[in-house]
Design a protein around this ligand. Structure first.
Ligand code: SAM
Ligand code: SF4
Ligand code: F3S
Length: 466
């Protein structure tokens, strides 16, 4: 029996894509391998957002290549001397420099959108990949335009990723995504709703809508013999109407597409998590312009104020969280300009920030700019901002103490459960001696009511209440 192993790098979108690759391979009777060294097909689903992500993939591809050449007969089974096939997909797959660099190590490069077609062709051209009595067949219907219609093999039955769109039209000057994933494509509304309904039927508790810019979603909706385009706020409203107790979260949003209608929809909803991830990238207007972000720091801050007042008006008793992405050391960023990012951070009071030290990406506009902030200085700037974040995150977490909140349990580790609040704060849950043993064993994937007893910088601690 043929086995596959998928190594995933990068963001949730890649994780979700790997779930689709898995379901396609399994539909071809190829089974998952627990150990990369036991697989007949190894798939690297890559990320190119920063050099570090690229290097991690090169390292692992090199390792598996060395292993397969040193030990041609390490596998037991039908084909003692056969070597595993190495496939590279994801956000590095169409880069010509990457293909040149890895041409001796990788058997097939294919973009994620072509995965089924290319993989099908590849299998047919390699009879050794046809497993025993089971003839591998090309899928009958391959939708080249929308690989997202493949039903994934969900990794987590309680929290499921549902991509609503892929690609990006924004061309921020530092970013590789529009080149790696192409232009924006939104999934038709019926397909999304059907996937969500099926997930809920199977016990899913949290739907995470994914896209490089979820809020520029524009999906087709067939209504009474005519096709209408639906925007992201309307999509959320339709998902909200699906019966059942479940949470809706999403990422990532672009500030320029964050409409008033979307703010009202989020802050008036019962199911949408009270959490907004709004990438800032930089606090200085000249840097924002050079980044091609299409907003100023003032405009961004006004949007944050609007979001905060909508929460205060529509959900006065709920705690919400706001997170962001910030790049440090963009080409030409002076100390003074960098301090503008610090200024916005202090004004917004973020709950979490994902920092990225600028990494020049081949093919992007910023690649041609002089990467003149040293590695050391980038590290210092990130450290400086992180110290601000530690203060605001701790301050925000303190607001939770004594509150009774609903938590979705993600996992159990040792004597504790770990989960998240509806504002997506991580919670460590202590078991009380009074909690019955039968309940302790069955809480993963369940909603429980907890009392917050402690707040730390990066998480909360709680006790389950009966
Ligand atoms: N679409 C989202 C937005 O509008 O901001 C971001 C998606 S991108 C996959 C995730 C994050 O990676 C970005 O927000 C940015 O902070 C970071 N990033 C992208 N390119 C980068 C680069 N060349 N160097 C450092 N960080 C980068
Ligand atoms: Fe990259 Fe900008 Fe598109 Fe986000 S909006 S994926 S940062 S190009
Ligand atoms: Fe990386 Fe591609 Fe995601 S570049 S961050 S895997 S969209």
């Amino acid at each position: 029996m043929l086995k596959y192993y998928i190594k995933t790098f990068g963001c949730q979108m890649n994780e979700s894509d790997s779930e689709r690759i898995a379901s396609f391979l399994e539909s071809q009777k190829i089974k998952p391998a627990k150990d990369i060294n036991k697989a007949d097909i190894v798939i690297f689903n890559t990320c190119g957002i920063r050099q570090m992500a690229e290097d991690r993939a090169y390292g692992q591809i090199h390792n598996i290549h060395v292993t397969r050449n040193m030990k041609p007969a390490y596998r037991t089974g039908r084909h003692e001397t056969k070597k595993p096939i190495i496939i590279l997909t994801g956000c590095l797959a169409n880069r010509k420099d990457v293909q040149r660099k890895l041409k001796d190590k990788v058997d097939l490069f294919c973009e994620i959108k072509d995965f089924q077609e290319k993989m099908g062709e590849f299998i047919n051209c390699h009879p050794e990949l046809v497993s025993g009595s089971t003839k591998t067949e090309m899928p009958k219907q391959v939708r080249h335009d929308n690989y997202l219609c493949t039903t994934p093999r969900y990794t987590n039955p309680h929290t499921a990723y549902v991509p609503i769109m892929t690609g990006c039209n924004n061309f921020c000057s530092y970013c590789v995504v529009p080149y790696a994933r192409g232009r924006e494509v939104s999934r038709p509304i019926e397909e999304i709703i059907l996937e969500i309904k099926n997930l809920l039927k199977n016990g899913c508790k949290e739907i995470v809508l994914l896209g490089q810019n979820v809020n520029s979603y524009h999906g087709a909706c067939n209504m009474k013999h005519e096709t209408k385009k639906i925007n992201f706020a309307e999509l959320l409203q339709l998902i909200e109407k699906i019966p059942g107790h479940f949470w809706i979260s999403f990422m990532s949003s672009h500030p320029k597409d964050f409409s008033g209608e979307l703010i009202e929809t989020i802050t008036k909803s019962k199911k949408i998590c009270e959490h907004i991830h709004l990438p800032l990238q930089a606090g200085d207007d000249k840097i924002l312009l050079a980044m091609n972000r299409k907003y100023t720091a003032e405009k961004y801050f006004k949007l944050i104020k609007k979001i905060k007042s909508a929460f205060a008006k529509n959900k006065p008793n709920e705690i919400y969280s706001i997170t962001t992405d910030i790049i440090v050391g963009f080409p030409g960023e002076t100390k003074k300009q960098f301090l503008e990012s610090a200024r916005v951070m202090k004004k917004v009071d973020y709950d979490l920030v994902y920092f990225g030290q600028f990494s020049p990406r081949p093919g992007t506009v910023a690649f041609k700019m002089k990467d003149n902030v040293s590695k050391d200085e980038k590290k210092k700037r990130e450290f400086f901002l992180n110290e601000i974040l530690k203060k605001t995150a701790f301050k925000n977490n303190q607001k939770h103490i004594g509150k009774i909140l609903e938590v979705l349990i993600d996992k159990k580790d040792g004597p504790n459960y770990f989960g998240r609040t509806h504002s997506l704060k991580n919670v460590k849950i202590h078991l009380t001696p009074t909690l019955s043993l039968s309940r302790r064993g069955s809480l993963v994937g369940k909603f429980v009511k907890v009392k917050i007893i402690k707040s730390n910088i990066w998480n909360l601690e709680a006790q389950i209440i009966k």
